[in-house]
Design a protein around this ligand. Sequence first.
Ligand code: FAD
Length: 430
Amino acid sequence: MSNSILGRTGISQQVLIIGGGLIGVTTLFELSRRGVPALLLEAGSELAGETSFANGGMLAPSHSEPWNGPGILGHLVASLFDPDAAVKLRLGAIPGLLGWGLQFVRNAAPQKFQRAAQANYLLSTYSAARTRQITLDHGLQYHQSDKGTLRIFSDQKAMDWPLQMARTLALMGLDFEVVSPAQAIQIEPQLAHSNISIAGGLYAKNDGVGDAHLFTWQLARLAQKSGGEIRLNTKVNRLVQEGGQVIGVETDGAMIRGPVVLAAGIASVKLAARIGLQLPIQPAKGYSISVEAGALGEDQPKIPILDDAMHVAVSPIGKILRVVGTAEFAGNDLSLRSRRLVNLRKVFTRMYPQLNEQLDWGTAQSWAGLRPMSADGVAFIGAALQPGLWLNCGHGHLGWTMAAGSAQLLVDQMLGTSPAIEPAPFQWIR
Ligand SMILES: Cc1cc2nc3c(=O)[nH]c(=O)nc-3n(C[C@H](O)[C@H](O)[C@H](O)COP(=O)(O)OP(=O)(O)OC[C@H]3O[C@@H](n4cnc5c(N)ncnc54)[C@H](O)[C@@H]3O)c2cc1C
């Protein structure tokens, strides 16, 4: 059976997209723009209300390495006993993580890890370029800025591994500079007052930042203008199969027919499992605090700074400063743990003590989201084994960076047109 969604007449059926986050909406946009009828079904009352709501905003191909770098097992075990560990494994989550966890650790082997980082880098750069093109073509405004990102390190040794990784990615085009503490301050003058001792940094000039939530909403409007349909408050309860083929979905009120794109973030796992498809994806919880920073005027930091040791970034997104990061393997738990939020505040205070005083933290908004993290750190983009079902899920810590490119890569495969990047690393079987 052909994988393409084009029927024999050349007219395609309406495609059903499950999930209205970054990944589902960019898929809707891409299908609609190519004249394919598509209907997006979103369980919530708004688009981008889950993991795509208040993320770090970084369009950052330079962050392409998966999170299971060599030595991850030791870090995770140690984190069980350290409540403040930047990457934290919670005891209660271990039973649910067993199969996935073994794969996660196995994929930390140097060759597999490098391959995953390279695949991510190709998709990320392709995707960031596509995001910029869409922005230009349609005059989108989502507080975007393209001045790079800076990763800072408190000791030289901690920089060794990321530097090695950056050099590998540089062979594929990553434009980065190793910077001294003085150069770091030149790039971001607000670091001059920092209490973090900076031994050096990696400056990725072509990274950017922007409000992913705002982008998603604007893109949804464009998709609707091209004929794409969106139904909010419509939860898909299950995928419907007939003779081994996925023929549609069942919602509370109806059965809707059509080929299906699974783009439901972390919820993709449950929906897939009900038809026997075990997606190796687990939630990696992260937090953010967004604080109004309009009063800072010219003092507003210009680019995202990532404190590598703490796994925390401070991103300027328009007139907001967003402190974001940490990873907790704690199952499907969205509770806001005050200790994690306090840690984010501490990093901010150390990074920008002078700005800390000027901000009204009383009105700041705290948030947590679940990164859909695949066991090898690479997303699934392409046909599932079951005909009629397509996957666009598991984008982990880089879903914003990869969204526009993933949609293009998927739709190329759905329409049987030649993708601009090699789809093999993102296939279900790889
Ligand atoms: C703290 C944090 C910081 C991050 N920072 C960055 C960053 O700086 N740069 C970057 O590139 N990425 C970042 N990310 C990652 C990025 O936000 C995610 O990869 C991305 O949002 C995932 O998008 P998604 O569309 O797959 O999932 P989601 O945004 O979660 O969307 C899935 C949607 O599916 C809907 N849904 C679920 N089940 C059903 C159902 N049964 N029926 C219908 N609808 C359903 C949900 O309601 C939801 O709206 C960050 C993530 C976190 C948590």
